[in-house]
Design a protein around this ligand. Structure first.
Ligand code: RP5
Length: 164
């Protein structure tokens, strides 16, 4: 098993449906990663234990997704100087606005780069992690360029059906 460069953390197994988009995207780029469930509220000691050793284990950044009173990304950021990418989960009662605000509104000094609520956020957090890694990996930078090119080509070649 290759040493994971990115840790994908989530507060509950119920977050996996969304967070797997991050894992899928990293896999597509061949970035070694690992996905783990741990909660800022339910397993705080596990979070501290995992994150405080992350840099020494060779990790380059951590993606953290949580919902509701979503403290996971903030707590992760409190225990590491690695870049922390927060993904707000959609939630039942407030449609993810609670997750978004509790992830994005960090006090100055402990940053969390916060992404969109849900699947797009998880996918973009992974793409952002790829850009961070690509700063010192030219092969990965080329893959990222090719990904953007393919994406643009799909839009350019799109044809709309006639009006109904
Ligand atoms: C948060 O509470 C998790 O990140 C999840 O989004 C939310 C609900 O968790 P479950 O009750 O489904 O385990 O900690």
């Amino acid at each position: 098993m290759e040493q994971p460069l990115v840790g994908i953390l989530m507060g509950s197994t119920s977050d996996w449906e969304v967070m797997q988009n991050a894992a899928r995207q990293l896999k597509e780029f061949g970035v070694p990663h690992e996905a783990r469930v741990m909660s800022a509220h339910r397993t705080p000691a596990l979070v501290v234990d995992y994150v405080s050793g992350a840099r020494d284990r060779g990790m380059k950044c951590v993606i953290a997704g949580a919902g509701g009173a979503a403290h996971l990304a903030g707590v992760v950021a409190a225990h590491t100087t690695l870049p922390v990418l927060g993904v707000p989960m959609p939630s039942r009662h407030l449609q993810g606005m609670d997750s978004l605000l509790s992830t994005v509104q960090m006090p100055q000094g402990i940053p969390v780069a916060t992404f969109a609520i849900g699947e797009a956020g998880a996918g973009n957090a992974a793409l952002f992690a790829v850009s961070v890694l690509a700063l010192s990996d030219t092969a990965l930078a080329e893959k990222l360029k090719a990904f953007r090119r393919r994406q643009a080509e799909r839009v350019e070649s799109a044809r709309l059906p006639g009006p109904t």
